[in-house]
Design a protein. Structure first.
Length: 468
């Protein structure tokens, strides 16, 4: 017997205004910042071949996951995404766990992106702390999402198209200078184990694409359009991410897109030595461009400016879906009810968006980009195996549930996605565990968030007898 979420009331209704083209823009926009920054932070540990292997592993995981998750999204079009499916297929507690994992992913990703926006803006405003730039950007796009989903989604589509064009232009400029010998130089700085440390940064290439499901309730024809949006967005991202990684690394070696030039000491045969304690960069594409164009070249300015739009697309898009994930849990009583209300004027989840903004601001001032990326990735690869178990359970418990889109190669696809995501999660937890430096151990941060979530469930939810 499955549990059902309560019906949607007029006070918690979201506006239906999205179509398949907009869903493509959202799917690409959520993720495209992962092609602009973050992935390069996996290179110091994994090297170019270590990151490439992690990328191929993660790509298989996402292909099988997305085409399995699309079945759930089309069958149960609710703003809660994985949480809504989890309650129905795993019960109250399983649904809560799925919802917390989803919220963790969507809450920790935007601060990381906002910090990258701040780092890019320092090119023009070097005297301003990038964290304050990040905070202002976070506020602006929170307000845009409060204004209306159609406005936010239209903006997302425009900047996603520009960002895709920028990556293609980047490849056209850098590609002719790419050499395989550069890609394979110092390819295994820490041996094969580097593949494991590179996994969360490979996940970053695709992180949050599942957010397409969180706007199903605001889609005019979710039973048809969600599958189209998922599939087209995933294909676009596979092409873009592989193109960016290979071109950027091959132009001069991985060190030159992780560290600024003044932190690198040229050696013999093109090798470089990294200065001790050199900070990593959140701008791999601009660093790659400087190796083929001068910093003052008009094309460099154009590409860096449009690249900032790619970051903004993901910041805006993930703020949108973070608000929906929190909203659904509030609407159904798994979080405070105030978070599950919408504005009578704009029909947007204002309280949930404000709560997400407050959490994001705290994260900006408490953590660095790499740790936030890893936390968001941990939340994602916790969500994925739980969602795949939901799919299995619902196929068994509700065989007559209308399924406009059915997972191809069932049960192989969801099984592969479940196994691979579980392996990635276990690997990330082990690699990031450090009892000697608990404040910097991402695994311990992750465990602390779960401790708070389980405490909240025990004190407020498990004692309730009524169904969600």
């Amino acid at each position: 017997m499955t549990e059902h979420l309560p019906p949607i009331s007029d006070a918690t209704t979201l506006k239906k205004s999205l179509g398949p083209w907009t869903l493509w823009g959202l799917g690409v926009g959520y993720v495209i910042s992962g092609e602009y920054f973050g992935w390069n932070l996996g290179l110091p540990q994994g090297g170019s071949l270590g990151l490439l292997i992690a990328f191929l592993f993660v790509t298989v995981m996402y292909v099988t996951f997305v085409f399995s998750y699309a079945e759930l999204a089309c069958a149960i079009p609710r703003a809660g995404g994985g949480f809504a499916y989890g309650v129905r297929g795993l019960g109250r507690f399983g649904g809560y766990l799925t919802g917390v994992a989803q919220v963790m992913e969507f809450v920790f990703a935007p601060p990381a992106i906002a910090m990258a926006v701040g780092a890019n803006a320092q090119v023009w405003f070097p005297e301003i702390d990038p964290r304050w730039i990040a905070l202002v950007c976070y506020l602006i796009f929170t307000l845009l999402n409060i204004w209306g989903v159609q406005q936010a989604a239209t903006f997302e589509l425009i900047v996603a198209i520009l960002a895709v064009g920028e990556i293609l232009l980047f490849a056209g400029l850098v590609g002719p200078h790419a050499q395989w010998s550069n890609f394979t130089a110092n390819a295994w700085p820490h041996g094969w184990q580097g593949c494991l440390a590179a996994l969360p940064f490979a996940v970053w290439f695709y992180l949050a694409i599942e957010g397409v499901a969180n706007v199903a309730e605001e889609t005019r024809n979710p039973q048809r359009d969600i599958a189209i949006g998922f599939g087209s967005a995933l294909f676009t991202l596979v092409v873009l991410s592989s193109t960016v990684m290979i071109c950027a690394v091959s132009v001069g070696g991985w060190e030159r897109i992780v560290y600024s030039p003044h932190h690198l000491v040229p050696g013999t045969q093109g090798q470089v030595t990294i200065s001790p304690n050199a900070p990593t960069s959140d701008s791999p594409l601009p660093l790659a461009l400087t190796q083929v164009l001068t910093k003052d070249h008009p094309m460099s300015h154009l590409l860096i400016g449009i690249g900032g739009l790619g970051l903004i697309a993901s910041l805006n898009g993930i703020i949108l879906i973070a608000g929906r994930a929190i909203f659904e849990m509030g609407r159904t009583g798994f979080l405070p009810r105030i978070l599950g209300t919408t504005s009578s004027r704009t029909q947007t989840p204002v309280a949930a968006l404000v709560a997400n903004f407050c959490l994001g601001v705290a994260a900006i001032f408490l953590a660095d980009t790499g740790r936030l990326i890893t936390l968001a990735a941990m939340g994602a690869v916790t969500l994925y195996p739980l969602s795949m178990q939901t799919l299995f359970n619902l196929r068994r418990l509700e065989p007559d549930l209308p399924r406009p889109f059915r997972t191809p190669c069932y049960p192989a696809f969801p099984f592969i996605a479940q196994v691979l995501s579980s392996i990635v999660l276990a690997t990330m937890l082990v690699v990031n565990l450090d009892f000697q430096s608990p404040w910097t151990s991402v695994t311990l941060w992750y465990a602390f968030v779960w401790l708070l979530a389980l405490g909240y469930y025990a004190l407020t939810i498990s004692s309730k007898r009524e169904h969600a």
